[in-house]
Design a binder for this molecule. Sequence first.
Ligand code: ZN
Length: 99
Amino acid sequence: MFAGFLKVVARCAACELDLSAADSADGPAVFVMFITGPVAVGLAIWMEIAFQPPMWLQLAILLPTVLVLSLMLLRPLKGLMIGLQYHHRAGEGGKNTFT
Ligand SMILES: [Zn+2]
């Protein structure tokens, strides 16, 4: 259903469903933050309590972790969002986006 990393195709290759109006907006990003945020904070607290590593080492571990985790989660969560919108016939002002 994706044409690029996050660009959604206009029409499903398997079932011809019109995906041109499918728009998950910033929904996936919110859930990415809800997941990566606690993971990063938990990791930071655990590192600090267990090892007291220097700040540069914490940043060297946490920043790539957040980046990689975010990039790994964004695409599947966007797919999930659009799938849920389709399942629940969601749309602007109560109108179904998928007709
Ligand atoms: Zn399909």
